[in-house]
Design a protein around this ligand. Structure first.
Ligand code: DC
Length: 223
């Protein structure tokens, strides 16, 4: 099979990372979680109390941020200015800040080349919001993976309960809808389906079913 980039875009909670990881493993590709990169910047902005609405303050902060991706035991680790921040990235606070700060031009500019360089160097399965439309417009395979906001909220709710945390289903769905609204309506690189992406609604599909569907698209396109 020839060398390729596989772009998987979609809204928060559609299962992109779980599925992209499995697809990458099957194909022996590198999995690149671009959301984690935006989360790393968000983590910096929160911990350093940067006001993202102040342009010069944000630009100054972005010029002092250095994000690196490394793979340890096949798992992506995100380093921020030399520190592995991966364990701090999945909190709701970091996710909410990432959704706001990722709309800002200096934040997106700080990550674009890093993402493109990774795709030049490796065969990648890259997930995010603007991979097929903006980061890798020439990706050989593009998938737009979504699910209803109700189903995405249910999945997140079950995940939190399994971790022993308390959760409010309505609050989670409201957060998801708010995040969709921001991600889809921002001026720069909004979330939208690329014209040549294959649409998959996973609301009534199991994880392996979605993985198999994506693999069948990959095999068909890369033959
Ligand atoms: O996929 P995630 O929830 O980890 O992403 C966190 C935020 O980062 C999300 O709200 C939007 C932003 N993001 C983005 O703007 N572009 C990407 N390619 C990936 C994520």
């Amino acid at each position: 099979m020839k060398r390729a980039g596989i772009a998987i875009d979609g809204p928060a909670g559609a299962g992109k990372s779980t599925i992209a990881k499995k697809v990458a493993k099957k194909l022996n590709y590198i999995y690149v979680d671009t959301g984690a990169m935006y989360r790393a910047i968000a983590y910096y902005l929160v911990t350093n109390q940067i006001d993202i609405e102040k342009e010069t303050e944000l630009e100054k902060a972005c010029s002092s941020i250095f994000v690196e991706i490394k793979y340890e035991n096949d798992l992506q680790q995100v380093y921020l200015n030399g520190e592995n921040v991966t364990p701090y990235l999945r909190t709701e606070a970091t996710g909410n800040m990432a959704s706001k700060s990722s709309a800002k031009a200096p934040v997106r500019a700080a990550l674009l080349d890093l993402q493109r360089d990774m795709a030049k160097e490796f065969n990648v399965v890259m997930d995010g919001r603007d991979i097929g439309t903006n980061v890798l417009p020439d990706a050989e395979v593009k998938i737009y993976l979504t699910a209803s906001s109700k189903e995405r909220a249910n999945r997140r709710y079950r995940e939190l309960l399994e971790k022993g945390e308390t959760a409010d289903l309505h609050r989670i769905e409201a957060d998801i809808m708010e995040r969709d609204e921001r991600d889809m309506n921002r001026a720069i690189a909004p979330l939208k389906q690329a014209g040549d992406a294959v649409f998959i609604d996973s609301s009534d599909m199991g994880i392996d079913e979605v993985v198999d569907k994506i693999l069948s698209v990959v095999y068909e396109k890369l033959q």
